[in-house]
Design a protein around this ligand. Structure first.
Ligand SMILES: [Cu+2]
Length: 169
């Protein structure tokens, strides 16, 4: 009797496992434009084989730009995603398309983006599960984020030495 009860349970478990989506996306549609009258257009293309055509994009500070995303891979969905702006980690800032329509016109998606007034950098990636290991890059705004200063590190070391000395007295 117990043996027979196990079989439907296994079938149910199997159904649950196979119905669990393999890839999930935070977004499914391109986000709204953040500004009008863009001063320039940045193009980025997803190629077959889970790669972007560029790993670095450069844009001026404070500009309204258009991100134009094309997916040339007609068998796999891809997108262009940036998750953070000025410390607000976890918020989707830019999300363009998730389309497999190619470059026939309908496979091209755009979003107007308002860039910050400061020199900074953003990491972009494809948010389709498993793609970010090969589909990623940097959007550099202005001069980009300043490199971590060795003076800051040196200052930190000196502080530790001084504090240490004080407590030893
Ligand atoms: Cu992708």
């Amino acid at each position: 009797m117990k043996k027979f009860a196990i079989i439907p349970l296994l079938v149910l478990m199997g159904l649950f496992i196979t119905s669990t989506p393999i890839s999930t996306n935070a977004q499914t549609t391109t986000l709204d434009d953040q500004c009008d009258n863009p001063s320039e257009e940045i193009t980025i293309t997803a190629n077959v084989g889970n790669t972007f055509d560029k790993q670095e994009l450069v844009a001026p500070r404070g500009a309204c730009i258009t991100i134009k995303f094309t997916n040339l891979d007609t068998s796999i969905a891809h997108d262009f995603t940036i998750d953070e702006i000025e410390g607000e980690i976890g918020r989707v800032y830019i999300y363009v398309a998730n389309s497999t329509a190619g470059d026939d016109g309908t496979g091209i998606s755009t979003q107007n983006v308002q860039l910050p007034d400061d020199d900074t950098e953003f990491d972009y990636y494809c948010s389709v599960t498993g793609h970010s290991s090969t589909m990623f890059g940097k959007l550099i705004v202005g001069e980009g984020a300043p490199a971590p200063s060795t003076f800051v590190f040196f200052g930190f070391l000196v502080t530790i030495v001084l504090v240490n000395k004080k407590f030893r007295k």
